[in-house]
Design a protein around this ligand. Structure first.
Ligand code: PXG
Length: 297
């Protein structure tokens, strides 16, 4: 039997492409020490990066909001991202674009960090199994509340995800596929890495960003797809009650895409599987992913 050498992923790290085992950052990097940095999760489908400019916009805005200067012009960062996909010969997959405050000392003062760290990973991603896109996810609301926008704006896609991770751990303890976080007023905010939508009597609702939801790029696409469907999405203060009595519920996110919810806190939602409106969003979303995006090759 012919044994081929194992192919390592090529990682972009501070201007160079390195094999994954050599892609290392300092233990003094404030991204690691304090979660001081920003990131994007981006998908590419059929040889095209999906909603690439929208993700770059959000990355630069997140960085600006924490006074972190990304040490690359947008054009260079765009090209480095495309080249990372090419170096790995991928046509479908997931990109993780990360900018940290860089190496500093053991104090948290970011002024000690002279050079931000930039790395880009392009890899394949394991989605939820296809059956869940018809059968739906079991989700739970969890005790951990979404961090208040006045404490840390959920609009900033920072490396500080402990709030979401604690919620995820709690959902895992319930055996849930995902966790729903409420805010301090008891309104539904979002899931750990997804936005949430409610369908009720033909109308569609989603939490306000000010209720603690990230302004998801997939969320924004839903507003556009709804217009195509002659439907309207309303931003609203939603409670657990609204989830329990919904006709349909679904989640959106770069990783999860558009995925139905069948159960919340052990209660069956609507038909207990993907409803007609959710299915229409899934169909239109998939069409977009296959037909649009920035070509890699
Ligand atoms: N809320 C939060 C807290 C997120 O982190 C979303 C909503 C959905 O936003 P987008 O723009 O993706 O539609 C996110 C997205 C991961 C992962 O690895 C997380 C995200 C995106 C991709 C992958 O779990 N966050």
């Amino acid at each position: 039997m012919l044994c081929l050498p194992m192919q390592h992923l090529k990682i972009y790290l501070d201007g160079k492409f390195v094999d994954e085992p050599d892609a290392k950052v300092s233990v003094f990097d404030h991204g690691l020490l304090y979660g001081d940095g920003v990131f994007e999760g981006i998908r590419f489908y059929n040889g095209r990066i999906f909603l690439f400019e929208e993700h770059l916009d959000r990355l630069y805005d997140s960085a600006k909001a924490i006074l972190l200067t990304i040490p690359m012009e947008r054009k260079a960062l765009r090209e480095a991202t495309l080249e990372t996909c090419r170096q790995n010969g991928l046509r479908d997959g997931y990109i993780r674009l990360v900018v940290t405050r860089g190496k500093g000392d053991l104090g948290l003062n970011p002024n000690k960090c002279k050079q931000p760290t930039v790395f880009i990973i392009a890899a394949t991603i394991e989605l939820y199994p296809e059956n869940l896109y018809t059968e739906g996810l079991r989700v739970n609301t969890v005790p951990t509340q979404r961090i208040s926008p006045s404490a840390l704006s959920p609009a900033i896609k920072s490396l500080n995800y402990l709030n979401n991770i604690l919620a995820k751990i709690e959902g895992n303890l319930y055996g849930a596929h995902e966790s729903i976080l409420l805010n301090q007023q008891g309104f539904v905010a979002e899931c750990t890495a997804d936005n949430i939508f409610v369908v009720k009597q033909g109308k569609i609702f989603t939490p306000h960003v000010s209720d603690g939801a990230l302004g998801g790029i997939t969320r924004r696409l839903m507003f556009e797809l709804a217009r195509e469907m002659d439907r309207e999405i309303l931003e609203a203060n939603l409670t657990r009650y609204d989830l329990f009595v919904a006709d349909e519920l679904f989640l959106t996110g770069t990783g999860a895409e558009v995925v139905p919810i069948s159960e919340v806190d052990g209660r069956k939602i609507g038909p207990g599987r993907a409803g007609a409106v959710t299915e229409e969003f899934i169909r239109r979303f998939r069409e977009r992913t296959q037909k649009t995006g920035v070509p890699i090759y």
